[in-house]
Write a protein that binds this ligand. Sequence first.
Ligand code: BTN
Length: 259
Amino acid sequence: MTYSEFLGRVRGADLGGVENLVTLESVDSTNKFARQLLEELPDGQRLAPTLILAYGQTAGMGRQQRIWTSAEGQGLYCSLLWSLSDPEEVTMLPLSVGVGICAALRRAGVSAGIKWPNDILVGGAKVAGVLIELPALRQRPQPVAIIGFGVNTSTDRETLEGLGATSVDHESGQDQDPVGLLSLLLDEVVEELANPDRREDLRVRYRELLTHEVGDQLRWRQGGADWSGRFVGLDRHGRLRVDTSEGERLIAAGDIIEP
Ligand code: BTN
């Protein structure tokens, strides 16, 4: 699909609760663009849900300073600007977004799961990733989160193999309509974010999607050192509980290196 076809389809699509849409043929990073946009907006007004959507990115950013490969027309590259209503919503954001993305991919026939905190995997290979930023300190009247997510839709096999990743088309065995998939993603993610009721059983739903089993040996990096221990579960904030030789540790941020 060319950019002009993509643009035409996006303009006619149901984008869930998104009220403002910015579409870009190419940008360094939609998260970076979103940050700049926020800085330029006047304070004092509640920002309606705003989506920055790119056809390609030249410097897509992953978590932990990684690069997110973002070839034109081969993936969905989005940042959703979302006004936060209460402090609990902030804690729950990674869980809500991960669960919403998995639900959308499952509706598209891809049995996605979550590697903590919110890498979206199919059969151990990454199909989507989430980068949430809280440029918190501008309160507007409400703080705004930048929820960046990238989904490999029709990424070519060579690129996927080099990254140890996978794509929606490959996993579902068909050429999916990327704009239809975008609608599903926004529908599910916005549904999770907009309804505080959905938070009641969110931890349970997130836990069901996690690829880690109780007792799994995990290795992770924290404070410049590598740690290992057995996965015990999650606490009420979605932090990992891990049993190490020095007792139980809670991991709030970081990266699981293994498995
Ligand atoms: C990760 O898994 O490390 C997170 C990847 C997040 C990638 C998306 S693509 C759209 C948005 N813009 C970026 O630069 N990054 C996120």
